[in-house]
Ligand binder design. Structure first.
Ligand code: ADP
Ligand code: ADP
Ligand code: MG
Length: 676
């Protein structure tokens, strides 16, 4: 049967933003489909807006005023003459009312039928359905009874540890692991509270907690003719807070038989709800390979590119064709796995501070150059803003190799090339993760990150002496303000080599890097810089271009990626990136003295809990408060040993960015350097 050569759609609207919107546009361009982007006030100049053929404003920055406004999105689609809406992931992608409203407005919803979304939207109901369809389930209770004594008895019968989940849950929210019967009631109450606030529904289910499990999911695809195929598995075991960090396909160690069994179970799950379009059936897998249905995500998944890399299929093209009524491009027997693919999610977040999202302008951004082995999906470019309103993802790096080792090699190389100035990223954390023996040897399970804690969260990579010397010379050589204004570029006064009349003056530089502060002397000689560090003299020459630093330290010549943004000098060595800041006593004298460690809200959010009573003495690093922002809970920690004098906020309060949250007094001499 020949596939229809007819155009799929003339024009579609993409009801999303960021990298997924850009990724959908890329496929549409290739297929000659015009694209309409939508944007909130925070995204007026966003990359997806720049890439689309047209773009319409849909409201203010908060998602509930823009990307979650179904009515506005439908009106935009109709005004632009789009025939279909692609919902991307997140936002309204799994909202059955929105899917229905699209159809009601005469538009095609590029996703499954509303009934299938509804059937899978509630984890308890979905499990009941799957039981009927003969799909293996995690042992547990997923029925309607919700009395706490009844649930407690169920948990006792299942045997600890158990996991309490919100039926309406997603994104790891509300989930509580309970180790023993005595902890059950408190965990239940806290799960119900979080479920009520996040999903407006406190219904829970209880599952046996599978020890050392892997998360393996199956990509499925259905068409309107009733054909359903699977496109193999993805291993998403490397998680933090039940959220995926690294994903790969195929799953290491997967046997042909188990793949066939899991694929069959996933296809049956999809068939049971009349599935059409792209979907993912998630399984939890025990150490012996026993697998259990967890949930179905009725949309395209963030990690879909690894499947594309190993199958050669463009899943967005498949979605478009299927939504237009065409048959699936390939049948099961024509699908095969080629090679190995890995995805890493590059986030604007501080892994060392509990993965706290980081916001700000990307003053510098470098991502790997795409090649046939390296794909980069991103929604931002240098100069763009990471705002507190949406997911702080910067990019997804997806690599392909003929086998896992080759893919790992490409990923290491790709991560080494990532550079960002303006926000903190998880690049160094990802590099360390890739470097663990556990990941390299594919010894995967969902606790990998916790287990490797010591290796992954070593904050203070201290630079070697040569790096300190390079930084000192680079600072000493910084162009002096006056030289910029000189009309005659050939004037000796425009030279930037710090040559000076009469003698060898030594400049004292106080430089800080990763919490360490050192004093260096810099003296200019005809032969270059003499840098003194700990009473040792080093002969140093440096030459800077916009993104590079060529340095010679005692005859050892090096070329490094470097950015000087006027505030700090960043040396990117492809490993632990170094940020050197020069302490200028004159400038610092003009700054207001830092408040003794007042803790302010790093972004707008809601206060979840206060950790200690006012007046409590705490030690550095102790959690002081939990706030929820950007869909996640974040703990704020004591910056030093000291005393919590008072909390100017209450539990449940909504706070603005910069709001004071803890009145904290650090012990004398304990205040660490303020972040610049
Ligand atoms: P996945 O397996 O695809 O990551 P999850 O169930 O873990 O799916 O998460 C739900 C989806 O919502 C994810 O695709 C996630 O990236 C997306 N998401 C989370 N926060 C936001 C946001 N602020 N804006 C848009 N999408 C988001
Ligand atoms: P969400 O909707 O938040 O994605 P899931 O049910 O998909 O919720 O579970 C998210 C993650 O929680 C899984 O990827 C896995 O790491 C962990 N998890 C879920 N169920 C279990 C279980 N029964 N035992 C152990 N870990 C589990
Ligand atoms: Mg899930």
């Amino acid at each position: 049967m020949a596939t229809s050569p007819a155009p799929i759609f003339d024009k579609i609207l993409i009801a999303n933003r960021g990298e997924i919107a850009c990724r959908v546009i890329t496929t549409c361009r290739r297929l000659g489909i015009a694209t309409v982007a939508v944007y909130s006030d925070a995204d007026r100049n966003a990359r997806h807006v720049r890439m689309a053929d047209e773009a319409l404003r849909i409201g203010a920055a908060p998602a509930q005023d823009s990307y979650l406004r179904g009515d506005t999105l439908l009106a935009a689609a109709q005004a632009s003459g789009a025939q279909a809406i692609h919902p991307g992931y997140g936002f309204l992608s799994e909202n059955p009312e929105f899917a229905e409203a699209c159809v009601g407005a005469g538009l095609v919803f590029i996703g499954p039928p509303a009934a299938a979304i509804r059937a899978m939207g509630d984890k308890s109901a979905a499990k009941a359905l799957m039981q009927q369809a003969g799909v293996p389930l995690t042992p547990g209770y997923h029925g309607p009874q919700q009395a706490s004594a009844f649930l407690h008895a169920q948990a006792d019968a299942i045997g600890y540890p158990v996991l309490i989940k919100a039926s309406a849950g997603g994104g790891g929210k509300g989930m509580r692991k309970v180790e023993a019967s005595g902890e059950f009631q408190a965990a239940l109450a806290s799960c119900q509270r979080e479920a009520q606030s996040a999903f407006g529904n406190q219904h829970v289910l209880i599952e046996k907690y599978i020890e050392r499990p892997r998360h393996i999911e199956i990509q499925v695809f259905g068409d309107m003719q009733g054909e359903i195929v699977h496109l193999f598995e993805r291993d998403c075991s490397v998680q933090r807070r039940h959220q995926k960090v690294l994903e790969e396909a195929p799953a290491p160690g997967m046997s042909t038989e188990r793949r066939a069994a899991m694929g069959k179970a996933a296809v049956e799950a999809a068939r049971a709800v009349g599935y059409v379009g792209a979907g993912t059936v998630e399984f939890i897998v025990g150490p012996r390979g026993d697998f259990y249905f967890m949930e179905m995500n009725t949309r395209l998944q963030v990690e879909h590119p690894v499947t594309e890399m190993i199958t050669g299929a463009d899943l967005v093209e498949w979605q478009l064709r299927v939504a237009a009524g065409q048959a699936l491009p390939l049948r099961q027997h024509a699908l095969a796995i080629r090679g190995h693919a890995i995805e890493a999610r590059l986030y604007a977040e501080d892994a060392d501070r509990g993965f706290l999202p980081s916001t700000g302008r990307l003053r510098h951004l470098r991502l790997p150059q795409p090649t046939p082995q390296v794909r980069v999906d991103t929604g931002v470019e240098m100069g763009d803003q990471i705002t507190p309103y949406y997911d702080p993802m910067i990019a997804k790096l997806i690599v392909w190799g003929s086998d896992r080792d080759e893919a790992l090699h490409h990923m290491r190389h790709a991560l080494a090339q990532c550079e960002a100035v303006g926000v903190t990223t998880n690049a160094a954390f990802l590099r360390r993760l890739l470097g663990t023996v556990a990941f390299t040897d594919a010894d995967l399970d969902t606790a990998l990150i916790e287990r490797e804690h010591a290796a992954l969260f070593e904050r203070n990579a201290t630079p070697d002496d040569a790096s300190w010397c390079m930084a000192a010379a680079a600072f000493a050589q910084r162009p002096v303000g006056v030289a910029e204004d000189l009309a005659d570029p050939w004037s000796p006064w425009a030279e930037r080599d710090a040559w000076r009349l009469g003698g060898h003056a030594t400049r004292l530089l106080e430089i800080e890097c990763n919490g360490q502060r050192r004093r260096l002397g810099a003296q200019w000689r005809a032969s270059g810089w003499r840098i003194t560090l700990d009473e040792v003299e080093h002969a140093v020459r440096v030459q800077r271009s916009e993104t590079e630093l060529r340095a010679d330290v005692d005859g050892h010549q090096r070329r490094l990626r470097a950015i000087d943004d006027g505030h700090a000098l960043y040396l990117f060595d492809g490993n632990a990136d170094l940020r050197f800041a020069l302490h200028d006593p004159v400038v610092e004298a003009d700054q207001p003295a830092p408040e003794a460690g007042d803790l302010v809200a790093p972004m707008p959010g809601r206060i979840v809990s206060l950790a200690v009573a006012p007046g409590t003495r705490v030690t550095r690093g102790q959690p002081l408060l939990v706030m929820e922002a950007m869909k996640m809970e974040h703990a704020l920690h004591a910056p030093a040993d000291g005393i919590v004098r008072r909390y100017p906020v209450r539990e449940g309060a909504l706070v603005a960015e910069g709001a004071m949250l803890v009145d904290f007094e650090s012990d004398p001499g304990e205040l660490p350097p303020q972040p610049v």
